[in-house]
Design a protein around this ligand. Structure first.
Ligand SMILES: [Zn+2]
Length: 351
């Protein structure tokens, strides 16, 4: 369950959100829009925006950062949040998998895509998607068959009497035949239809497509750790730190499995979070700056920071940097996390 994908759930991006809301309020929604930016940012934005667009009781605020938001309660909001709205459709890159051995296209993977978006809260990128599908050759495409689906789906009457929406996720992965068919649809748009392209780069898109879509650029800003992740991360981190003390291989391995079970982006965020906590511990030892590990165990919280000193902070920092770099470069998460565990464990002994 995506939970509530409302504007208020998005980290940062308040200017874009208010702009998107006013496009809806002013009745200026174009039949072809593009959000250009990191897809881990644009997908949550797109879902919150579409929920607002279709909401039966949108809320308007007279103060605070947000001008408006969807209600999150009406049947339409609930259907969008669970990706079950009959007028909301997705096309996205696919490739052959163990299950779909030939002629892959989005229609074959609707269930998987929905699960992927719900599990990652829309914050997964293309690598995460290929990992999710178990695709090894990472060259997915959006193809002609996907375009046929766009044309026939948008040609139907809307079930709910409102917008019929097609989201094209990672639009730069469209091949030429998809692009040509899409172009025809953009030239003769059907009333009440919205094609929303999400692309990280528009370099590979046809100029004729670019000229027919209204583009909004989305800056990278919402990828920092959210409060809700912090509680989860804190628990994971404390479990891990305890294992590093004892260094019992079997238990450490089980804990590392949990960490490597996060998707790639979450693994990176977790490591950044862990590093931030370590630096906090160091500042506590070196300069008496207060720090909270938040393990729920007072003894651990007061003892652990003392382990991080001027003698090992650099070793710890570089071990984290290397692990984050490895994960960014598509290394196998468990190996990177194990390696990191040994280096940190060794560094802690050098205090
Ligand atoms: Zn609503």
């Amino acid at each position: 369950m995506l939970g509530n994908m409302q504007f208020k759930d998005i980290v940062g991006q308040k200017d874009i959100i208010n702009r998107l809301a006013s496009v809806v309020d002013g009745g200026r929604v174009s039949h072809a829009q593009m959000l250009l930016g990191d897809v881990r940012e644009t997908m949550p934005l797109a879902l919150a925006w579409l929920q607002y667009l279709c909401c039966e009781h949108p809320i308007h605020y007279s103060q605070g950062e947000l001008q408006a938001d969807s209600c999150g309660e009406c049947p339409s909001c609930k259907k969008i949040a669970s990706l079950m709205h009959p007028d909301l459709h997705f096309v996205f890159p696919t490739a052959a998998t163990a299950r779909v051995k030939e002629k892959p296209w989005s229609g074959e993977f609707q269930g998987e895509f929905r699960d992927f978006i719900l599990q990652t809260k829309g914050r997964g990128n293309i690598d995460d998607w290929y990992d999710f599908l178990g695709i090894e050759n990472k060259q997915g495409l959006i193809r002609e068959m996907d375009a046929d689906a766009v044309v026939s789906t948008l040609g139907l009457k809307a079930y709910e009497g409102g917008w019929r929406i097609m989201v094209v996720w990672m639009a730069e992965r469209m091949n030429e035949s998809f692009a040509n068919k899409l172009l025809k649809t953009l030239e003769e748009p059907l009333p009440g239809t919205l094609i929303l392209l999400l692309a990280e780069s528009d370099e590979r898109l046809l100029p004729t497509i670019k000229s027919r879509v209204q583009t909004i650029k989305v800056k990278r800003e919402g990828l920092e750790v959210k409060e809700s992740d912090n509680a989860e991360f804190a628990e994971l981190l404390v479990g891990w730190l305890r294992m590093l003390f004892k260094l019992k291989m079997k238990e450490l391995s089980a804990q590392v499995d949990k960490m490597a079970g996060l998707n790639r982006e979450q693994q990176k965020l977790f490591l950044q979070y862990a590093m931030k906590v370590m630096r906090g511990c160091f500042l506590n030892t070196a300069a008496g700056v207060e720090c909270h590990i938040g393990s729920g165990d007072e003894k651990f919280d007061s003892q652990f920071p003392k382990m991080i000193t001027v003698n090992n902070i650099e070793l710890i920092q570089s071990a984290f940097d290397d692990a984050i770099f490895a994960i960014e470069r598509n290394a196998y998460g468990k190996i990177a996390m194990m390696e990191l565990s040994f280096r940190i464990s060794k560094a802690l002994k050098k205090r």
